[in-house]
Ligand binder design. Structure first.
Ligand code: MD6
Ligand code: FE
Length: 218
């Protein structure tokens, strides 16, 4: 006999793709099969380049904790946002991007219609309950032709997806463990954010939500 628990780690609906815009897709459960390995790899990245709360150029400390892997990492301080080859906290190069990350990001890009995605940066975001990401555009990358691939793990969150202008209407999409969002093309510069994460417990990540965003910067 099996119980419903056996289904807990299966995709809610196999291969569910929701189109969020002309170049934006929500691939439900796309990363579920690799979730355990990804969380393990995040722990080893964290061990070398710890999660930290960055300060924005405006002087605010972000509620989301961040680190990176890959040739380039996104960072921020009072002087501005930028990509750097070295972790400013350790002075060392960012940990390299695990091959399994590259393969997952490429497969998700293909599933969303973007061939030949070669990410050179993976920003890792960790949300404790209450952490949020205010509305922003991802525009620090030189290569705006490449899409962004965003993997959600652990606690669920609500993704806020706006438009080309800061005051465009905002759609809200729940993101679950294993979901992947891919966007590019004419959606590449849409405003977006993450609503405050609600407290909870996830068997893989405990009290936090993890998000990996893969970008091609150069
Ligand atoms: C997050 N994601 O989901 C934050 N940016 O934790 C982002 O800011 C993001 O998910 C660009 C593309 C996809 C994203
Ligand atoms: Fe973003």
């Amino acid at each position: 006999m099996f119980t419903l628990d056996l289904f807990a780690e299966l995709p809610r609906s196999a291969d569910e793709r929701r189109q969020l815009g002309p170049g934006a897709w929500l691939l439900e459960g796309f990363a579920l099969a690799q979730a355990v390995a990804i969380v393990e790899a995040v722990r080893s990245v964290e061990a070398r380049s710890p999660l930290r709360h960055l300060v924005t150029p405006g002087g605010y400390t972000m509620s989301v904790a961040m680190t990176n892997c890959g040739r380039l990492g996104w960072t921020s301080d009072l002087r501005g946002y930028r990509y750097a080859t070295h972790d400013p906290l350790t002075g060392q190069p960012w940990p390299s991007m695990p091959e399994a990350f590259v393969e997952l990001a490429q497969a998700a890009a293909v599933a969303a219609g973007f061939a030949a995605f070669e990410p050179d940066a993976c920003l890792i975001n960790a949300y404790e309950p209450g952490a949020r990401l205010s509305l922003h555009q991802d525009k620090d990358e030189q290569d705006l032709a490449a899409p962004i691939v965003s993997v959600s793990l652990g606690l669920p969150a609500v993704f806020m997806f706006g438009g080309a202008e800061r005051n465009s209407p905002i759609a809200r999409y729940p993101l679950q463990h294993g979901d992947v969002v891919v966007w590019g093309g004419e959606d590449r510069l849409r405003y977006h954010g993450v609503a405050p994460v609600k407290a909870g417990e996830h068997p893989l990540t405990g009290s936090r939500r993890l998000n990996l965003t893969f970008r091609k910067v150069l």
